[in-house]
Write a protein that binds this ligand. Structure first.
Ligand SMILES: CC(C)(COP(=O)(O)OP(=O)(O)OC[C@H]1O[C@@H](n2cnc3c(N)ncnc32)[C@H](O)[C@@H]1OP(=O)(O)O)[C@@H](O)C(=O)NCCC(=O)NCCS
Length: 155
């Protein structure tokens, strides 16, 4: 899968790999109304894989950060990602895309919180035209100073 190809490994390799200039043809979609915008970020050429698309691992790291923001309101302290329950790369991400990360809590357990994250891309020159590029489900656990699960409060 192109999005999961390895990123450039040497410091100069990213300049040798041309970002993919081909437009992504995908349906325009509305933004979710049941989730919160938690992060916006623009990937750079250094985030490309060998195909010139954005490396899937870079997207996963951003989703992990974005997914943790709402659970942090509940955990009010240290947290750890315990599981990536699902991760779907629906469309490739390109250098310069404006990525918007939306997140919503789907389950609050005793020590864990599960979050759904959806990622939408806008091209710089067609802002307001969103395509859905990724969706994921992640679970975070509140942990104490010893790294053990601890109960979370419901707010
Ligand atoms: C997170 C961690 C402290 C949990 O410890 P644990 O002994 O597995 O804890 P438990 O079995 O008591 O489970 C704690 C909670 O996590 C949930 N959980 C555990 N494994 C899970 C899985 N595979 N998927 C979804 N939820 C899971 C449990 O259901 C429980 O939730 P609840 O209390 O709301 O019911 C431990 O697994 C850990 O330190 N993992 C490494 C975390 C880390 O380094 N993350 C970054 C990786 S890059």
């Amino acid at each position: 899968m192109s999005t999961a190809s390895s990123p450039a490994s040497s410091p100069n390799a990213s300049s040798a790999i041309r970002s993919n200039p081909a437009p992504v043809v995908a349906p325009r979609v509305p933004l979710p109304t049941d989730k919160e915008l938690v992060l916006k970020v623009v990937p750079m050429p250094a985030d490309c894989n060998a195909n010139g698309d954005i490396f899937g691992g870079w997207v996963m790291a951003q989703v992990d950060v974005a997914g943790s923001i709402v659970p942090a309101r509940y955990s009010r302290g240290r947290m750890a990602t315990v599981a990536v329950n699902q991760f779907i790369f629906k469309q490739p991400v390109r250098v310069g895309d404006i990525l918007s990360f939306f997140a919503g809590v789907s389950r609050i357990g005793n020590t864990s919180i599960t979050v759904q994250v959806e990622v939408y891309a806008e091209r710089y020159d067609t802002q307001g035209h969103y395509i859905k590029v990724t969706e994921a489900s992640l679970t975070y656990v509140a942990i104490d100073e010893q790294g053990r699960p601890r109960p979370i409060s419901r707010i």
